[in-house]
Design a protein around this ligand. Structure first.
Ligand code: S3P
Ligand code: PEP
Length: 461
C-alpha cells in the first residue's frame, strides 16, 4: 500500500451526483513500452451519430468512441426517432433526414457532455418540437447562452425566459431564419450548433470565426453531401452552409482521439526510459497544438505513417522519454489544444524553467473551472504555480512532490492529468474521484497499465 494521503476531507466536496466517487492513485512507474491504440475521437463520434440521424439511409460508423458522453448522444438520437445501434463492430444509424426527427417521449439527458448538449440544441432548433434537456451537476453549471443566443436569433424558443443553464425546455421550428453569426468565443460547439441549425433554415447561414477551431463539422457535413463553404476573409474565416440540405447516410471511420492519446504521450515523455507508439491518432491541425508544444519543449515525438482516413489526417505517434524545458504557449494556439492544458500544466512541473500558457479564458467553463482546478491540484502536490487573469504559469522545480489530493469536480481531464503526473511524482497523487473518466476514456487505466503503469485504489482512512 503506497503512502496515500487522506482523501476523505475533500472527496465528497462538489460531487452533486448519485455515483459513488472512486478515488484512485498512480504509483511510480517503470519505463512505459509498447504499441497501443486509443479509442475513437470524441468530437467526431458525436458528429457521426448526429449527422447519421439527420441523413436519409444508413450510416455505418467504425471506431465510434463508446464512452458515456457519446452513448448519451446515441440515446438522444434514438429518442428523437433515428435508430442508432451496434451490430458486431459497427455502429449503424438509420436516419430520418434533415428536419425529419420526432418529439422524444421524455427529457434528453446529456450527462457530462457539453458537445452532445450544444450540438443537439442546433438539431432541436430546426424541428417543430418541444424538448427538455438535462445534464449532470457539472453540465448544469456550464453556460448555454453562447449557443442559445444565435439559435434564438434563428427562431428557437426557450420556454423558461432568461434561463441560460440546463435544465432547459426548448421549442424549435421548421421555419428557421438563416443568420450571419460572428463567434464571440472560439468554440467549435457554438459554430457547430449554428451550422447544424443552418441545415434546416431557408437560405445560407454563415459563421464567422476569428480564431480557427476544430473543423470536424465542416469536414463531415461535406462528407454527408451538404454544401459547406469555407472562405478566408482578412483575418476571419467565413463558414457557410446551405439550408434545406439533404444529407445522405455514409460510412464514417473514427480515428483515435488525440486528446486521449495526450495522457499516454505525457506519461511516455515523463517516465524515464519510455518508448511508446500510439497508432492511428487523428492529426487534424486544429487538434494537435499540444504535440507542437511538447516538441518545442524538447519532447521526442515523431509522426509516422502519416495518411488520410475518412477525410481526416491520421498518423502513428512515437514518443520517447525526454528532458523538457519550459516554453511560452501562445494564446492563439489555445483552441487547438483546449482540452490538453491540465495535462500540459502538470507536465510543466517536470520541465526545466517556466512554462507560461496564455489565452485560457475558455478553460474556466469546461466540466470544471479547469484553470482553478489545475492550479489547485498542482499546488496541493508541491508545484509553483501562478494564475494571472487568463494565463497560467508553472515553474519547473525538479518535478512534483505529490502526496496531495486533487479535487476533480466531475472533470475527467483533471483526473487523468493528475493520474499521469502521479506516475513520476515523489509520492503518489490521489484524485478524489475517477468514475467520470468513463465519460471520454473508459479504457484509460487499462491502456496505461498495458504500457506498464500501475494504479491503486486507496482505502478511506
Ligand atoms: O466541438 C467539440 O467537439 C468540442 C469543442 C471544444 O469545446 P468548445 O467548443 O466549448 O471550445 C472541446 O473543449 C470539447 O471537448 C469538444
Ligand atoms: C470539454 C470537454 O468536453 P465537453 O465540452 O463535450 O463536455 C472535454 O472533453 O474536455
Amino acid at each position: 500500500m503506497p503512502d496515500a494521503p487522506n482523501f476523505l476531507t475533500v472527496w465528497k466536496v462538489d460531487l452533486n451526483t448519485t455515483a459513488t466517487p472512486k478515488p484512485l492513485s498512480s504509483l511510480r512507474a517503470a519505463p512505459l513500452k509498447g504499441r497501443v491504440r486509443v479509442p475513437g475521437d470524441k468530437s467526431i463520434s458525436h458528429r457521426a451519430l448526429i449527422f447519421g440521424a439527420l441523413a436519409t439511409g444508413t450510416t455505418r460508423i467504425t471506431g465510434l468512441l463508446e464512452a458515456e458522453d457519446v452513448i448519451n448522444t446515441a440515446k438522444a438520437v434514438n429518442a428523437l426517432g433515428a435508430l442508432a445501434e451496434k451490430r458486431g463492430d459497427v455502429w449503424e444509424v438509420k436516419g430520418r433526414g434533415v428536419g425529419g426527427l420526432r418529439s422524444p417521449d421524455g427529457p434528453l439527458d446529456f450527462g457530462n457532455s457539453g458537445t452532445g448538449a450544444r450540438l443537439m440544441m442546433g438539431v432541436v432548433a430546426g424541428h417543430s418540437m418541444t424538448v427538455v434537456m438535462t445534464g449532470d451537476a457539472s453540465l448544469s453549471r456550464r453556460p448555454m447562452r453562447r449557443v442559445l443566443a444565435p439559435l434564438m436569433e434563428m427562431g428557437l424558443e426557450v420556454l423558461e425566459p432568461g434561463q441560460e443553464k440546463l435544465p432547459l425546455t426548448l421549442r424549435g421550428t421548421s421555419e428557421l431564419t438563416p443568420i450571419v453569426y460572428v463567434l464571440p468565443v472560439p468554440s467549435a460547439q457554438v459554430k457547430s450548433a449554428v451550422l447544424i441549425a443552418g441545415l434546416h433554415a431557408a437560405g445560407e447561414t454563415t459563421v464567422v470565426e476569428r480564431e480557427p477551431t476544430r473543423d470536424h463539422t465542416e469536414r463531415m457535413l461535406r462528407h454527408f453531401g451538404a454544401s459547406v463553404r469555407t472562405e478566408a476573409k482578412g483575418l476571419d474565416t467565413h463558414i457557410t452552409v446551405t439550408g434545406h440540405a439533404e444529407l445522405v447516410g455514409r460510412d464514417v471511420h473514427v480515428p483515435g482521439d488525440p486528446s486521449s492519446a495526450a495522457f499516454l504521450a505525457a506519461a511516455a515523455l515523463l517516465v524515464p526510459g519510455s518508448d511508446v507508439t500510439i497508432e492511428g491518432v487523428l492529426t487534424n491541425p486544429t487538434r494537435i497544438g499540444l504535440y507542437t508544444t511538447l516538441q518545442e519543449m524538447g519532447g521526442d515525438i515523431t509522426f509516422l505513417n502519416e495518411r488520410e482516413e475518412g477525410g481526416e489526417p491520421v498518423a502513428d505517434i512515437r514518443i520517447r522519454a525526454s528532458r523538457l524545458k519550459g516554453v511560452r504557449v501562445p494564446a492563439e494556439r489555445a483552441p487547438s489544444m483546449i482540452d490538453e492544458y491540465p495535462v500540459l500544466a502538470a507536465m510543466s512541473a517536470f520541465a526545466e524553467g517556466q512554462t507560461q500558457m496564455d489565452g485560457l479564458a475558455e478553460l474556466k467553463v469546461k466540466e470544471s473551472d479547469r484553470l482553478q482546478a489545475t492550479a489547485a491540484g498542482l499546488e496541493a502536490n508541491g508545484a509553483v504555480v501562478r494564475v494571472d487573469g487568463d494565463s497560467l504559469t508553472v515553474t519547473g522545480n525538479g518535478g512534483l512532490k505529490g502526496g496531495g489530493v486533487v479535487a476533480t469536480h466531475l472533470d475527467h481531464r483533471i483526473a487523468m492529468a493528475f493520474l499521469t503526473a502521479g506516475l513520476v511524482s515523489d509520492k503518489p497523487i490521489v484524485v478524489d474521484d475517477s468514475t467520470m473518466i468513463a465519460t471520454s476514456f473508459p479504457e484509460f487505466r487499462q491502456l496505461m497499465e498495458t504500457l506498464g503503469a500501475r494504479y491503486d485504489e486507496p482505502v478511506a482512512r
